[in-house]
Design a protein around this ligand. Sequence first.
Ligand code: G6P
Length: 613
Amino acid sequence: MCGIVAYVGHHDAFPILIKGLQRLEYRGYDSAGVAMLSNGEINLYKKKGKVSDLLEFTKDKDVTGNIGIGHTRWATHGPPNDVNAHPHFSENKKLAIIHNGIIENYASLKAELIKRGHHFESETDTEVLIHLIEDIQEKTGKDLFEAVRIALGEVIGAYAIVILSKDDPHTLIAAKKSSPMVIGIGEDDFYIASDATPIIEYTKNVVYLEDEEIARIDLKDGLKLKTIKNEKIEPYIQELELQLEAIEKGGYDHFMLKEIYEQPRSVQDCMRGRLNIRKGTVALGGIKDYENKILNANRIIIVACGTSWHAGLVGEYLFEDLARIPVEVEYASEFRYRNPIINENDVVIAISQSGETADTIAALELAKSKGATILGVCNVVGSTISRITDAGVYTHAGPEIGVASTKAFTAQVTVLCLMALRLGHLKGVINESDFHRLLIELSSVPEKIENVLENAEYIKEVSAKYKDVSNFLYLGRGYNFPVALEGALKLKEISYIHAEGYPAAEMKHGPIALIDEDMPVIVIATKKGNYEKVVSNIQEVKARNGKVIAIVTKGDETVKKMADYVIEIPEIVEPWSPLLTVIPLQLVSYYIAVMRGCNVDQPRNLAKSVTVE
Ligand code: G6P
């Protein structure tokens, strides 16, 4: 939620900020703004809408300066408009701030500051923070760094902030708590951003700021870190592994399409070094020391949000079926507030692409406080969840930019497949011959995803038939029930068509009332997995004149005769089938959204990294 970027050095700041904001736009695109310091003046420009709107707005403006800050917003306090856009000025306009997060006690701070003569232009919590900092500076006579440190001791909430001062053309002050921030160290300049994507083309040396750390980034003195409690910290410089090509569109019309097509490779990357056919082994180094703990756990509790929660549901089927370990899957946002019963014999696994989702982090912290073992399945290396968990497994899908998650989902499911396979084998639930068969089948998934993608033109034709409908129903059973939920979510997110996912048999307890000739129903009807029962569900839909698009196993003739359209996937053992059945559903939602003229990569109201609850 919200992207921040800042630069100080000898180059023009503006193009670096704009490019950085475009890379961070997946984090929010309600408004964008920049502030540069040039000849002793802060030039601040901000605009409702996208970074492209800001660019248009600044066309004939003074955008010079070698130091600056930039922001792309996902609105929390105050509607998206020009005034609420960041950066925000302090009272005397000598300081400007960008902020990602929420200052929870902003209302009481604001009331106090108003009494002290401050005036506010916006409805944001951020403007309150910069006024508070200036107020402390004036009251105490301390320098900006100290004033920021004292102010942050007074605020409750989450923040990643960068402050630009009119009085100091060489220095930026940055700080973070519960919102991510990375500082890039160039040869003679510095870059600050919410993630590494705006930095990668300039430097590979980075410092990830920890919670409650404040940085003074000075062109002459370099990077100095302290905690809010005033302890000095030595910056730990790491080398980025991210490649520039990974965050560019590479010839595709949209990031989402690129990411859908990357799945043969991302699933392969996820299995690399873990699944070894020759040796007949599955090894997950990240959780090796915790395998006994998981095997002896009372139960596994999976916490996640959005698409990651759907991956968690597939995990429930996998762990219970293949390893016979009881599993509960919880929305992180519900789990954290419902006083759950957890103890030290529970293993809580958080699934998160970004590793920064606020509710998932809070759920983990709660579980940890009750003594549970906490594990993570994350995509972003070095993310908060990957750091606070006892251990975990990275999904290695590479950066996912499209707001609608695709390759992150299949990589999460792949990790869960590997875990279930390993644990089931260790526990003796899966015998040797089944283990080898499952291993070989899993290793064939990338090639089989490739086969599904070869069918994209046909999937596009089918999608075209239904691009104008208002409702969609998705049905699946067993392992493919969560895939039905995921298919419906994808369509809702990017095409704004109302869609619902249902366990196929539940249809007759309600949704069947909605079925008529205008209601397309996507049914996952692959072989095995209650196939005959799903076939009956298809007949129930057809009997009511519904339109059926069925996802079937290659060569299926039975469903072909009943359905309006069939989309074939290669044969695969049932536990791994979600890795294939989800692919056509991703493509259907993509094509329909494009045909409806929707902004596929940046759907309205959504953001990729939800760092507020
Ligand atoms: C947002 C994104 C979803 C994502 C969810 C959870 O809603 O738009 O694509 O599934 O957050 O994010 P996480 O990073 O924790 O997987």
